[in-house]
Design a protein around this ligand. Structure first.
Ligand code: ATP
Ligand code: MG
Ligand code: MG
Length: 678
């Protein structure tokens, strides 16, 4: 059982065993509804739900919706859909915004306890107070730090009631900034408790996540999709997350390693409000961290995917170097519509003011082209956020990756504190072995050539019953018609024979899968306009020379409406580098774009999508389509994504969402073998 992994390693070592009694564990998956989930989130989802399941506990889905600027209904729906698709059912679906009243009341309580203050410092001032090279890394507090709780309460209410504009005031937690290290380095230690408390503070003194983080901020655009115009101030992640964990009685709050420095702040707030015992995990939720999952050779950042999906216009500086080559042009402004928000793998999140890192998102039309600059149009590169070449979860689903394979992949990589950079091939391998014994097999011809068997009568018809899977009779059987006309793969024929070629060629014979006698090519014709072979003539029967090679085929029969026409889309990696996010690490090309903007465009694989428009498939496809999902995997209602099969001798395929009754569209999920490129 997959979950036995939880008995060993990271999770056992990470959590105090006595805190994990059966039935008591409560976890949560807390996405910000500001974009589509990606493969990294599959890890977060899988470990939170599976860990809870393993301990017979529960897991909530919590929309961390405290950032009104970035949220969209579309993302909320998609997140729940993806959690369900992965095979998990949240015990409760909650919204941080549902706790805004309770959070506000606790903010007032924190002020009353003299543990929070309203601060009017600018960003630059805050930076200085945290210590810079100029001030010799001296930390200091602003004059407002010393205000009385009564004054702070009045000012906080003024913030709430619209008395300030965005950025003019923050409610800050009195964590450590007001306590210079010397104060708790004082030596008169009487009791072990005091000693211990001072020791802890001392250890925290150098943690910037403890330097009076904001608890509340005023947002420039305050309309919230759930609370409307009610609030002008919104709680920060640091104020909201631990308290919402506590409201939901979360026992284990798991997050990625970049939150490790935040753990003291997480505990500080819970302790400040008596929701946790200092230095103990006996009460309240506990935060623990695991490594991020990244996939090599793709981009996961919302901003970068947005460029691939929508295209963009980037201003580049024409700056030739002495040897005549252009330098990587400096990105000035882009017209990238910042649809998905811009927190991403560059960690540009600026919770304080709710705004974005500089130079990222500029509304279309804003950019002015100056002298020595050119506007470079970046074309769209993919079909959408769910393009099978991407690693968003909607894309992986569309490509046909079974949710079970994705869960196996995540758990197979294992949970540790180290970040994992996984090669794409690993997901392919896990998917391949998952599909091998779970899906039926069908014959599909991507690039067909017609074969007419001259020694069979025009009305010749044999119906052959074949197994969907030769190694698994339980999958059942289907009928294939064998007539005097059939289609084979262009690759399986050569106009000029070669002793090393063992398939069909003039004078040569081959065996057809599920057919007892060989087929021998007698002649062929070519289409004069294309020069391509358009028909092969052949003879069939027990007198034809035998062959050891078997090829796949589909038979033509009007009575059986066979074969079915289809379009096959084959996907290869979108980028020709394993470092599309950091083209600096790949060889630079002249005129390359800055990697932050669109440098990865220089590495787009021109053959990342290959479309076979005239493919043919046997009618068994209709049967598996009717009975999908097959296997009966715990998979959400969208049966459309569940029609998967192995194309014998070709690859694994699934039915694409573009597919209709009239026109079948298939995606290649993964090839049959590693490294064949097939
Ligand atoms: P991104 O900016 O890439 O969307 P995020 O951290 O902003 O990531 P959230 O919506 O805040 O995304 O994430 C929800 C949960 O998923 C968090 O607990 C986060 O730590 C986790 N998570 C996000 N990315 C990864 C990843 N690459 N690997 C593992 N867990 C991840
Ligand atoms: Mg985040
Ligand atoms: Mg996010």
């Amino acid at each position: 059982k997959q979950t036995s992994r939880f008995e060993e390693g990271w999770l056992r070592d990470t959590f105090n065993a006595k805190r994990v009694p059966k039935g008591r564990v409560r976890t949560r998956f807390p996405p910000e509804p500001n974009g589509f989930l990606h493969i990294g989130h599959a890890k977060a989802i899988t470990i939170n739900f599976t860990f809870a399941e393993f301990h017979e506990g529960t897991c909530n889905l919590r929309y961390d919706d405290t950032n009104p600027e970035k949220e969209k209904d579309l993302y909320f729906d998609s997140i729940l859909e993806m959690v369900k698709w992965l095979g998990f059912e949240p015990d409760r679906t909650t919204y941080s915004s549902d706790s805004f009243d309770e959070l506000y009341a606790l903010a007032e309580e924190l002020i009353e306890r003299d543990k929070a203050y309203v601060c009017h410092c600018s960003r630059r001032e805050v930076k200085e107070r945290k210590g810079t090279a100029e001030n010799n890394y001296e930390r200091s507090v602003c004059k407002d730090w010393h205000r009385s709780p009564e004054e702070n309460l009045a000012l906080f209410r003024k913030m709430r009631d619209g008395g300030y504009k965005a950025g003019e005031a923050h409610l800050r937690m009195k964590q450590l900034l007001g306590l210079p290290p010397t104060e708790y380095e004082a030596t008169d230690v009487d009791s072990p408790e005091v000693k211990e408390a001072k020791e802890r503070l001392k250890n925290l003194a150098w943690n910037p996540e403890m330097w009076d983080l904001p608890a509340y901020r005023i947002t420039p655009n305050n309309y919230h999709h759930r609370t409307g115009d009610k609030w002008r101030i919104y709680p920060t992640y640091d104020f909201t997350h631990c308290l919402c964990d506590d409201f939901e009685n979360i026992t284990h709050s798991m997050c990625t390693v970049e939150f490790e420095l935040k753990r003291p702040a997480y505990n500080w707030l819970l302790e400040a409000l008596d929701r946790k015992i200092p230095g103990s995990d006996e009460k309240g939720p506990m935060q623990r961290e695991y490594g991020r999952l990244n996939v090599e050779g793709t981009v996961l950042s919302k901003r970068k995917i947005a460029v691939l999906v929508e295209g963009a216009a980037v201003i580049v500086k024409d700056k030739p170097t002495s040897d005549g080559e252009s330098l990587a042009p400096a990105m000035k402004k882009t017209t990238i519509d910042n649809k998905g928000g811009s927190t991403d793998d560059d960690n540009e999140e600026e919770e304080e003011d709710g705004d974005e890192g500089a130079g990222v998102a500029t509304a279309a039309g804003d950019a002015k082209i100056g002298e020595g600059e050119t506007l470079k149009e970046i074309p769209k590169a993919v079909r959408g956020w769910d393009d099978p070449r991407l690693f968003t979860l909607v894309a992986l689903r569309r490509r046909g990756i079974p949710p079970g394979a994705l869960r196996n992949f995540v758990l197979g990589v294992g949970v540790t504190k180290a970040d994992s950079n996984i090669e794409m091939d690993l997901l392919d391998n896990v998917t391949r072995s998952y599909l091998e014994r779970t899906v039926p097999r069908l014959m599909l011809i991507r690039d067909p050539i017609k074969v007419t068997i001259e020694n069979l009568p025009v009305d010749f018809l044999e119906e052959r019953e074949v197994l969907f899977d030769k190694k698994d009779e339980a999958k059942g059987t289907h009928m294939i018609p064998f007539t005097n006309t059939l289609y084979i793969e262009r690759d399986d024929f050569r106009e000029v024979d070669d002793p090393d070629f063992f398939r069909l060629a003039p004078g040569k014979s081959v065996m057809l899968l599920d057919v007892e006698h060989p087929l021998q090519c007698t002649s062929f014709t070519t289409d004069p306009s294309t020069g391509r072979v358009n028909e092969i003539k052949a003879v069939y029967g027990k007198d034809v020379p035998i062959s050891k090679t078997r090829i796949h085929w589909v038979g033509e029969s009007a009575a059986h409406k066979s074969p079915l026409k289809c379009e096959v889309r084959e996907y290869n990696p979108l980028f020709l580098t394993t470092h599309p996010s950091r083209p600096n690490e790949a060889p630079r090309k002249p005129n390359a774009l800055d990697w932050k903007t669109g440098g990865y465009y220089d590495y787009i694989n021109p053959e990342s999508e290959v479309v076979w428009g005239n493919a043919l498939i046997e009618t068994g496809f209709n049967e598996i389509r009717a009975s999908a999902p097959w296997p009966k995997e715990k998979e959400a209602a969208s049966g459309k994504y569940s029609v998967r099969f192995q194309g014998v001798r070709t690859a694994y395929y699934c039915e694409d969402i573009d597919s209709t009754e009239e026109k079948i569209v298939l995606n290649r999920i993964v090839g049959l073998k590693e490294d064949t490129g097939k």
